[in-house]
Design a protein around this ligand. Sequence first.
Ligand SMILES: Cc1cc2nc3c(=O)[nH]c(=O)nc-3n(C[C@H](O)[C@H](O)[C@H](O)COP(=O)(O)O)c2cc1C
Length: 232
Amino acid sequence: MLVKAWSGVKRTDGSTGGPPLRVLHSEPRIDWSVSGKNTMDYAEIAPIMGRLWSPIAAVTSRWQGRDNVQIAVAIAAASIVPDRPRVAVQLYKTNLSHDMVLAAGAFALNFLRPDQLDLIGDFGLVSGRDRDKLADVGKTGGELGSPLLTECFGYLDCKVVNAMDGGDMTCFLADVIAGKTLAEGEPLRWRDARSQLPPELMARWEQKQSSEIEISRATMGNINHTFWRPNK
Ligand SMILES: Cc1cc2nc3c(=O)[nH]c(=O)nc-3n(C[C@H](O)[C@H](O)[C@H](O)COP(=O)(O)O)c2cc1C
């Protein structure tokens, strides 16, 4: 019935029959260029969006002899091939770690244990521009130099294979070249951690978060669509 109804439809590529291609590419409901804002009610999707964040990782990197670490929860598995594991990690451009990972083409993900709450503030609320966050932390070196924390739930040593510009952040696709689970149980998640953090730390996080949301709002549209090339 549907095929018959569409049989006289002429597609944009000149062919006829089947559904018109434009139904696959319906007009966008929101014109971002006019408002720059999505007017939908975020509360409608918050229970979904909030569950997309990964367990908390300390993302370590090394560039020109300097080590650094930041916290990240925007991490996803990115391969279905067991002997070719990959991850996708989003790092914000305002972070020192972003520039170090981009330059080094490597990083490690050190997932935290539930008893390592204090590292969230130490690594995620202070920048490596202001102090050496790994000075007193037990670590070894990964294959490409990224620091591997000796105390954590487990680590993934990663080599960047591609990067996508997101305006305010870069999404790094990386091969997992080595890794190990070091603890039993579950890694620490932000939704469990935040209810246990002292109010002073939560206040610092909220203040940092709201200023970063403003920076992201202003820069997320500036996407460079040129391809990423690995360093030789
Ligand atoms: C709970 C939590 C989650 C975070 N998730 C991310 C993330 O997914 N990606 C990111 O780039 N920054 C994330 N951050 C922010 C960085 O960890 C933070 O800006 C850090 O101070 C950057 O350090 P750096 O400048 O030394 O790289 C998160 C921070 C916290 C506290």
